[in-house]
Design a protein around this ligand. Structure first.
Ligand SMILES: [Zn+2]
Ligand SMILES: [Zn+2]
Length: 545
């Protein structure tokens, strides 16, 4: 991902930078919504690495109207639809001050765990209440005809000549989604709370003159966005592709920024969606996985990597449910680490893979070279190992590494083992689950060829004589018997997996057998070897793999 470094290079010399993003907390926030914050953070890191003074802001647009009926209790729909999200009570009894605080809070709580630390969070309900939007409200109302003309020109949206760019929070019913302003006398606006202004909320019919300041009213989204840029001095703001279409939200806000608030809009970095199972994840429809749920399974560095391994304009398909996509995400991460460490890797890596690895790390000040060489066990293998009863995972992983784990590597192992457990619980396909078939010979054992059966029979004989006591001893014995019988290693391992697990693959076979009761291992191998094991022709099934 050279793009963040390229962006930093582009703005170098143009002074301190303010990077901003904001979100409407309209419901459960899905994992795709983390793409914005992760991109924001990578940009901020790239700017700071270039020596550019940078402020990272994250806003919550919590004065936006409640428009997600499905997320309200049935008796709350009529009363709450159309009210500002900050004024809707939390629908879950867990101590948040509002619906907005609940959903934004849960989402924002994932940021620190992902290494994203905005210098400031702002809540639009507080910004309005503090009067900070008042100057922009006045300008927007004074230039209402210009705003109408911009909507017409940029978006081909025609508002009536009496339309004014402000929504009053109805002093009678508290709704903001149902009001329209038709007059401005320089101090107050004349508003109507219309019963049928929108289909999703019902106004109360009240009308009158009110001063639109100090949180009594809010700007429509396009103006609010442009006003945020002026208020906070935003210089860079990435946004989702849906907002960045021609004549779309971003175009309107850009024009409003230039012509109404007379300030150059921030640099845009449009980014594509993360699709779950090929569909765009939607905030309000409840499809896909919540950001905080995925973050409980996929550790920070792999989750950052999920978003950063592709350029922002590249859509990401992610479908963790019942697939091996999470193990593959870890494998790819490990591949980027290996390449960063200068080791040879299979297959092509995209340009900038070292930067992708660097920006995927949790700690912006991490020693990248040390992180790259740290030993990380393969996720899929670990997911099997932890299912073998009685296995000493640390000992086995150290054997694989060939030396002891450092404290940091031990922490990475613990984290990865936890992720593997969570993955097995939440997403893994059935094929990833290991079951030791203790009761009777599994079906797969019936399909072994004569060579494999002979191998198992001999393995049983020698194991009962030699009593291998460790994973390594078992592993050595497996190879010795396979060689003696002319059975390729791959076939030998398949035979063991079939006889004990009813599947063609599994964790390292020596470790698997060492974790089981020796008498059971001998009896099962002997049974699976069967009479054919003793009488099969030498070399059968021994074709080179
Ligand atoms: Zn809550
Ligand atoms: Zn009303």
């Amino acid at each position: 991902m050279d793009w963040a470094d390229e962006l930093a290079e582009r703005v170098r010399g143009s002074g301190p930078q303010v990077v901003n993003d904001s979100k409407t907390p309209s419901g459960t926030v899905h994992v795709g919504s983390l793409r914005g914050p992760v991109i924001l953070d990578a940009i901020t890191r790239a700017l700071r690495a270039t020596g550019i003074e940078t402020t990272l802001l994250y806003g919550v647009d919590d004065l936006d109207p409640m428009d997600a009926q499905a997320l309200l209790t049935p008796d709350a729909v009529d009363h709450e639809m159309g009210r500002p999200l900050a004024h809707v009570p939390d629908q879950v009894d867990d101590g948040h001050a509002s619906y907005a605080r609940h959903h934004a809070g849960i989402f924002i709580d994932t940021f620190a765990g992902l290494g994203i630390h905005p210098d400031r969070y702002y809540w639009m309900s507080e910004i309005y209440a503090a009067g900070e939007m008042d100057p922009f409200i006045r300008i927007a109302l004074d230039r209402a005809s210009l705003v109408r003309e911009i909507y017409q020109r940029v978006a081909n949206v025609r508002h009536p000549d009496t339309w004014h760019p402000i929504s009053v929070i109805c002093p009678n019913c508290g709704k903001v989604g149902t009001t329209i302003v038709t007059k401005w006398d320089g101090e107050r606006v004349y508003y109507e709370c219309r019963e049928a202004l929108v289909t999703w909320a019902r106004g109360c019919g009240q009308s009158g003159w009110v001063a639109p300041y100090g949180g009594a009213a809010k700007l429509p989204w396009n103006l609010e966005w442009a006003a945020q840029w002026s208020l906070f001095g935003v210089t860079i703001e990435p946004c989702g592709k849906d907002l960045a279409t021609a004549g779309g939200s971003r175009d309107r806000s850009d024009a409003i920024a230039r012509e109404v608030f007379e300030r150059e809009p921030p640099l845009n970095v449009p980014y594509e969606f993360l699709n779950i199972g090929g569909k765009k994840m939607s905030t309000s429809k409840g499809r896909g996985a919540a950001a905080h749920t995925i973050a409980e399974v996929v550790p920070a560095e792999q989750l950052r990597f999920l978003f950063l391994r592709h350029r922002p304009n590249h859509a990401i398909d992610f479908d963790p449910d019942g697939t091996d996509q999470i193990p593959r995400l870890f494998d790819d991460f490990d591949k980027f680490a290996a390449a960063t460490a200068g080791r040879e890797v299979r297959g092509d890596l995209p340009p900038g893979s070292e930067a992708t690895f660097r920006y995927s790390l949790l700690d912006p000040d991490a020693d990248v070279a040390a992180e790259a060489v740290a030993f990380r066990p393969a996720f899929g293998h670990l997911a099997m190992l932890i299912q073998v009863p009685g296995v000493d995972v640390v000992e086995l992983v150290e054997a694989e590494k060939g030396s002891g784990l450092t404290d940091h590597e031990r922490a990475l192992l613990d984290q990865r083992a936890g992720a593997a457990r969570a993955w097995l619980d939440a997403y893994a396909p059935e094929s990833a689950r290991l079951t030791i078939h203790r009761e009777g010979l599994p079906e797969a054992a019936g399909e072994l060829d004569a060579g494999q059966r002979r191998f198992l029979a001999r393995l049983a004989e020698r194991a009962s004589r030699e009593e291998p006591a460790s994973g390594d001893a078992w592993q050595t014995l497996i190879f010795a018997v396979a060689t003696d019988e002319g059975v390729p290693g791959r076939k030998a391992f398949e035979a063991i997996y079939a006889a004990f697990l009813d599947r063609p693959n599994g964790p390292r076979a020596g470790w698997l057998l060492a974790s089981l009761d020796p008498a059971f291992v001998v009896a099962r191998a002997s049974e699976a070897g069967g009479p054919a094991g003793a009488s099969g022709p030498a070399g059968a099934g021994g074709a080179a793999a």
